[in-house]
Design a protein around this ligand. Structure first.
Ligand SMILES: C[S@@+](CC[C@H](N)C(=O)[O-])C[C@H]1O[C@@H](n2cnc3c(N)ncnc32)[C@H](O)[C@@H]1O
Length: 284
């Protein structure tokens, strides 16, 4: 985009056209507005109320830089540095998965079954930005939350979000899945692990997000299988395990729960009727 004098309305119109030309067809208008709000530090209402406002040259350059990043396919959350999850404004940086609205189903289900779960901490495996752990900490203030993550980049981001939204309520642990946790120590386990196969076609549109947050072996099932197997040891008797997974993985995930003697195994669908979260109760 040229750098002569622009009003907000002109910049937004050209930004939408640029995104469409570059194949960003999902929400080019909203993305352009979000970039403008972030760079100009105004709310969306102001964009509508004062579209004739002239943009300063220094802001115009930043706007165009952000627009070029979005046009290249970078998620808007990385460009703006935050994403809404469970009505919270979470910090997001490259190196952490951008939290998805779908994952709120997992949070809802975990809250619903927490009331019958044994006493003891709630464990969020692969916490990323801390989204699930922090949502649970705000909804279940009487429970202590453990948030475990392997990636140092994600741990740093989760730390920021915990301090902003749930200080003192979530303990961060760096480690790999359940290996560092004691037997029979956890009251409820929840996870949104990587679940795409290495050749999954969705990866083409996710190139900016960390591969280790997305891919789990050739079928996408390796981490799900590992967590189902090892949660039996770490969960207290009767501890629920709730896992988010791909919409085509429900049958295979339920089968693994049953092989490891979980009871009450069932899968929850999203609004489109697709399998998204499977639940079971540890027997040991
Ligand atoms: C799909 S992302 C989910 C992030 C976050 N819980 C959310 O829902 O937005 C999976 C997360 O698991 C983490 N992860 C991958 N392998 C891991 C392992 N072996 N141990 C712990 N965390 C792991 C990734 O770094 C990533 O943050």
């Amino acid at each position: 985009m040229a750098t002569n004098i622009y009003t907000i309305a002109q910049w937004l119109a050209e930004a939408v056209a640029t995104l469409l030309q570059n194949g960003i067809t999902d929400s080019p208008q909203l993305d352009s507005q979000l970039i403008a709000c972030e760079v100009l530090q105004v709310g969306r209402t102001r964009l509508y109320a004062f579209p004739e406002t002239t943009i300063e040259a220094s802001s115009l350059q930043t706007l165009n830089d952000c627009l070029a990043r979005r046009a290249s396919g970078e998620p808007i959350a990385y460009i703006c540095g935050h994403r809404e999850f469970w009505s919270m404004h979470l910090t997001v940086k490259p190196g952490t998965l951008v939290p998805r609205a779908d994952t709120e189903i997992l949070v809802e289900q975990a809250i619903a079954c927490s009331h019958k779960a044994p006493l003891g901490p709630i464990l969020d495996l692969g916490t990323g930005t801390g989204a699930i752990a922090i949502a649970l900490a705000t909804e279940l203030p009487q429970r202590h939350i453990l948030a475990l993550e392997q990636s140092a980049d994600a741990i740093a981001v989760a730390q920021i979000n915990i301090e902003n939204h749930a200080p003192g309520k979530v303990s961060l642990i760096q480690g790999s899945w359940l290996s560092c946790l004691n037997d029979n120590s956890i009251g409820l386990i929840v996870s949104n692990p990587p679940y795409l196969g290495v050749a999954d076609s969705h990866l083409a549109t996710l190139a900016h997000e960390p591969i280790e947050a997305l891919v789990s072996g050739s079928t996408g099932m390796e981490d799900l299988a590992h967590i189902i197997e090892h949660s039996v040891r770490v969960g207290k008797k009767g501890a629920p395990l709730l896992l988010e997974h791909g919409f085509e993985q429900g049958t295979a995930v339920r089968q693994l729960f049953l092989e490891h003697k979980y009871s009450h195994v069932h899968t929850v669908q999203d609004l489109a009727g697709l399998d998204r979260v499977t639940y079971g109760i540890t027997a040991s």
